[in-house]
Design a protein around this ligand. Structure first.
Ligand code: ADP
Length: 444
């Protein structure tokens, strides 16, 4: 087992990893930028190292500073969290070369799944259904037009190296495609360093349903059920739940088996997520995330498995602790992402938190790094807390969510709490009638 784990991240996920390490009796090292000196992850870790100025590029994305911090502090493993360097194959490689353990999959698996067009191809080879689209990137408008005519409009142009809901364009007809093609390529080049784009059929009313997977170094891969993440704004998730109201036991098994097949085909080790779009009883592979995800707690609540501890144990060479046999999901769990942002325009709203009273009581979990008088810096993403509620059934869970959102007091910055309180009253939401376009037609 490791003696000391360095957490190459900040915010709530850095705290989440520290919690897991403490419970396993492992020491921790926090790294932080100059803007994060007063962060809780710095206070709770055994050691801390400042790795650079506020700008992520100079701190949380600065590989040499992070490796130096690990060496100075005597860490023997690095947990990358999510975002930042978590899906950077080059970073995972360097960590290994420096005789440190990367708590995550191999650089090869990250690389294979990191390029979305390559991942699509890998899924196809593993017999996992994919959305009709181009074979690999499309290089010219002519090629794109040809593929679009074959599969039929509307289509979606996506950056091969994209992520975080960015680098996607919907084209309703040939004229749209003509206008979008070159812009999409140059935007992809600017944002992700690679101009490649590929094309997919745009599904008009899909649900986003993803499968949590986990592999260990002995070659065992398990699926830990699904999360429905259809409530999104700007292709970014707002509310996630497990189980999905649309999935029955037979479909769960089918999707789980497809996800496991894909992971086995790339010798996947550690935690990962296979994202699917689901429409009219069919599911289609969209992409794989080779890391722990923001919404992992809903799976933890319905499976009883501590995914972050499992990540650390598996990285240390232990077998998966999940017993053999079919997994049963217990009860229902829902996560509300609380962002420091305007609930109407979604514009980030950093600043000083003047009051902070998180809710408590049965079935309520709050994963957050903020406290009263904490200043939310403008340099990073706007997530300030995750409210996770668990109940016996979906209606119980919604009732619990409603009261917990009412009790949650955050003053000083605008937050998404009022938006969540409105969504949770929506008749479509209550019925579980969801799609990724839910927010487009949502009336406040
Ligand atoms: P990212 O990696 O940037 O999160 P994804 O490929 O996971 O991008 O897509 C994010 C979201 O975009 C999905 O959850 C869905 O709402 C929408 N989306 C992506 N591909 C399609 C598609 N082919 N048809 C309809 N919606 C899509």
């Amino acid at each position: 087992m490791f003696n000391k784990v360095l957490i190459a991240n900040r915010g709530e996920i850095a705290l989440r990893v520290i919690v897991a390490c403490k419970e396993l009796g492992i020491k921790t090292v926090a790294v932080h930028s100059e803007a994060d000196r007063d962060s809780l992850h710095v206070r709770y870790a055994d050691d801390d190292v400042c790795i650079g100025p506020a700008l992520s590029r100079q701190s949380y994305l600065n590989i040499s500073s992070i490796i130096a911090a690990a060496e100075i502090s005597g860490a023997d493993a690095i947990h990358p969290g999510y975002g930042f360097l978590s899906e950077n194959a080059h970073f995972a490689e360097i960590v290994g070369e420096c005789r440190l353990t990367f708590i995550g999959p191999s650089p090869q698996a990250i690389r294979l799944m990191g390029d979305k067009a390559v991942a699509r191809d890998t899924a196809k080879k593993a017999g996992v259904p994919i959305i009709p689209g181009s074979d690999g990137p499309v290089r010219t408008l002519d090629d794109a037009g040809g593929v679009a005519r074959d599969i039929g409009y509307p289509v979606i142009l996506k950056a091969s190296a994209g992520g975080g809901g960015r680098g996607m364009r919907i084209c309703w007809d040939e004229e749209d495609l003509g206008k979008a093609f070159e812009t999409a390529r140059s935007e992809a080049e600017r944002a992700f360093g690679v101009a490649d784009v590929y094309l997919e059929k745009y599904l008009e009313r899909p649900r986003h349903i993803e499968i949590q997977v986990f592999g260990d170094s002995r070659g065992r891969v398990v699926s830990l059920g699904e999360r429905e993440c259809s409530i999104q704004r700007r292709h970014q998730k707002l509310i996630e739940e497990s189980p999905s109201p649309a999935i029955d036991e037979a479909m769960r098994k089918k999707m789980g088996e497809a996800a496991v097949r894909l992971c086995q085909s790339v010798n996947y080790v550690n935690a990962g997520t296979i994202e699917f779009l689901y429409q009219d009883g069919e599911f289609y592979f969209m992409e794989m995330n080779t890391r722990i995800q923001v919404e992992h707690p809903v799976t933890e609540e319905v499976t009883g498995i501590d995914l972050v501890k499992e990540q650390i144990l598996v990285a240390a060479g232990d077998p998966l602790s999940v017993p053999p046999g079919d997994l049963r999901l217990r009860g229902h769990a829902m996560e509300f992402r609380i962002n420091a942002e305007d609930p109407v325009t979604f514009a980030p709203n950093p600043g000083k938190i003047r009051e902070f009273h998180p809710p408590g009581g049965p079935g309520v979990r709050v994963d957050s790094h903020v406290y009263r008088d904490y200043v939310v810096p403008p340099h990073y993403d706007s997530l300030i807390a995750k409210l996770i509620v668990t109940g016996k059934t979906r209606p119980d869970t919604i009732a619990r969510g409603k009261r917990a959102l009412e009790q949650f007091v955050i003053e000083g910055v605008k937050t998404s709490i009022p938006l969540h309180r409105a969504i949770i009253e929506d008749p479509r939401f209550l019925k579980g009638d969801l799609s990724t376009r839910f927010m487009e037609t949502f009336e406040r």
